[in-house]
Ligand binder design. Structure first.
Ligand code: ATP
Ligand code: MG
Length: 574
């Protein structure tokens, strides 16, 4: 490709509204252009990268035995009413009406459509298992679209769905998908972790997320430094340091006028935070519940949601907490709360002897309370957020907290959709059984941004070879004045193209400095400079994108040497 026929839209300026580096670089390198909030056009250069991701994803999906389909983006409301997600999904679902005032949505995901397809197409156990996938545009009306294509409203997703007669068959496909996902992210040369995850509102039980590790990641991941335990902080477990055990003392109440927080309580009473049991009122699907935690721990709302089997759990506002318990803020405690409230104690708080907590009356706290003796121990749960350095739940190692960008998510859905939408097949005995289902997503467009977060320097993007829009940049210097430069650059361009090395020949009449800066900004892995001076000595100059300096290559051997370099970089593991 010649730059005079492939306009580059590079810019030196850092776009004001781009907060993270990948967003800045994608705009500056001219990969994408913004249309509106969370809406982006993929420019020719960016689309080449996106297609590279797609190609690897498609190859690995095909290799896993999944069958490609293409479903409509617009979906009838009736299907979503059947699965009951029409009410449940909330404002992220873009609802639209056609000219006959019939309701539709723009698909944020395709469980309903694929389940409808399968209940029409698949009737016998002999047709199972089957896995369908597509690479297609999704729309989610994200509350805060940001970071460019990282959290867009319209984005490209690979979504796959598998259907099975029994759990064993689902387990086998799930395992095959895990392998396919690892191959995909390895081939894209990304530094990633598979982490245990919360399956959230989509339903189901077993689920794993694939995260590209990067400091700008929106998710926190607890990862063991020794074994392969890694979990989203939303559900990570740990072996925390437990409060010290001590013989019980006599419980007493103490006046604590005006205190509001656990810190004030600790200071006034001269206690450590892990000698305090704090009370946190939440609303679980609108119904109040109280969690008791150690004073230095934090309630993890997703773990709380799982512990209560609720759809949504949020912290109660002070007035809501007051209304639910009859106690003003700062003085709620486990002893003497009104009957009928749902109570749970975190395991670490359950291990505190001689603890202090609110007295359930204004301006008073208990000291030296003991579970069992002074107050019944509620059901124990694990609802605290793990902290860095705590013991790994699977081995003797300890947990680190790292940041990650979720690029993929695989779930075992079970029969959630097949039951609500009556998708069943006849088994060997002629009985009708609901299909068991798995689903598997990859944020294809997000992968591009995540790759840049992990691979850049102060000069621009550093593409891993399999993602690069072009493999080799040819920069010709003064070609419009020196015929030998023009013809050698042209010869190299043809030879490299023929060898499948995807060159971009920067044949613009621009200053060399401008061309070098552009090729570095757009991150092309290899650069060849053709100049009058070099040709006089029979050489061209070569520099790898991450190398500190250039070296001369004999011009007849350029193609051969670049083919070697290309093979090396393709083979590099992520
Ligand atoms: P997130 O927690 O980031 O909102 P999600 O759990 O809603 O993601 P899934 O429903 O599992 O995402 O979708 C599959 C994949 O699609 C995700 O792993 C992610 O890579 C990608 N994805 C989800 N939302 C967006 C978005 N708004 N923009 C770009 N990619 C997205
Ligand atoms: Mg989401």
């Amino acid at each position: 490709m010649r730059a005079t026929r492939f306009p580059l839209s590079t810019s030196r300026e850092i776009p004001a509204d781009a907060e993270i580096i990948s967003h800045q670089l994608m705009l500056r390198a001219g990969l994408i252009a913004r249309l509106g909030a969370g809406l982006y056009t993929w420019l020719p250069l960016g689309l080449r990268v996106l297609r590279n991701v797609e190609r690897v994803v498609r190859e690995e999906m095909d290799r896993s035995g999944a069958l490609e389909v293409l479903m409509p983006a617009i979906q009838p409301a009736e299907l979503w009413q059947e699965s009951r997600r029409w009410e449940q999904y909330g404002p992220e679902l873009l609802r639209i009406k056609d000219r006959q005032a019939r309701e539709f949505c723009f698909g944020p995901t395709h469980e309903e459509v694929i389940t409808d397809l399968v209940r029409r197409e698949i009737h016998s156990y002999r047709q199972l298992p089957v896995t369908y996938y597509q690479i297609q545009t999704k729309f989610r009306d994200e509350i805060r679209p940001r970071f460019g294509v990282m959290r867009a409203r319209e984005f490209l997703m690979k979504d796959a769905y598998s259907f099975h007669l029994d759990q064993t068959s689902l387990d086998a496909t799930y395992e095959a998908m895990r392998e396919a996902y690892s191959s995909i992210f390895r081939r894209l040369q990304l530094d990633f972790r598979a982490v245990r995850a919360d399956s959230g509102a989509i339903g189901g039980s077993v689920s794993e997320e694939y995260h590209v590790l990067a400091d700008s990641g929106e998710d926190a991941i607890a990862a063991c430094e020794r074994c392969d335990y890694a979990a989203n902080i939303e559900l990570a477990r740990s072996r925390p340091a437990m409060p010290r055990d001590e013989p019980p003392r006599v419980a007493r109440e103490q006046a604590t006028p005006g205190i509001q927080t656990v810190i004030e309580q600790a200071q006034l009473l001269g206690l450590a935070l892990d000698q305090i049991v704090k009370s946190i009122v939440v609303l679980a699907d609108g119904k109040p519940a109280v969690f008791f935690l150690a004073g230095d721990d934090e309630l993890n709302l997703s773990k709380a949601r799982l512990a209560l089997g609720a759809f949504e759990v949020r912290l109660a506002e002070p007035e809501e907490a007051h209304a639910a318990t009859g106690v003003p803020r700062g003085f709620i405690g486990p002893r003497g709360l009104p009957e009928g409230l749902l109570l749970r104690v975190d395991e670490r708080a359950a291990a505190i002897a001689n603890f202090s907590s609110g007295s359930n009356r204004q301006d008073w706290h208990w000291i030296d309370l003991n579970w069992g003796r002074d107050v019944a121990l509620p059901e124990r749960v694990d609802v605290r957020t793990v902290r860095p350095g705590e013991g790994c739940p699977s081995c003797e190692g300890s947990l680190q907290i790292r940041r990650g960008i979720e690029v993929g998510h695989i779930f075992q859905l079970g029969t959630k959709y097949s039951e609500s939408m009556s998708a069943a097949v006849l088994d060997e005995n002629g009985n009708s059984v609901p299909l068991i289902m798995g689903c598997y997503g990859i944020g294809v467009s997000r992968v591009v941004a995540a790759a840049i977060e992990q691979n850049h320097d102060e000069r621009g993007i550093i593409w891993p070879a399999p993602l690069a829009p072009f493999q080799v940049a040819i920069v010709s210097i003064n070609a419009h004045r020196v015929e030998a430069v023009q013809s050698e650059a042209k010869r190299l361009h043809e030879a490299l193209s023929a060898a499948g090395l995807e060159p971009l020949w920067d044949d613009r009449e621009a200053r060399p400095g401008v061309k070098f800066a552009d090729m570095e900004l757009i991150g092309i892995p290899h650069r060849i400079v053709v100049s009058e001076r070099g040709l006089a000595g029979g050489t061209v100059e070569y520099r790898g994108r991450t190398e500190p300096s250039s070296r001369d290559l004999p011009r007849e051997r350029v193609v051969e040497l670049l083919c070697d370099l290309r093979r090396e970089s393709e083979a590099r593991p992520g």
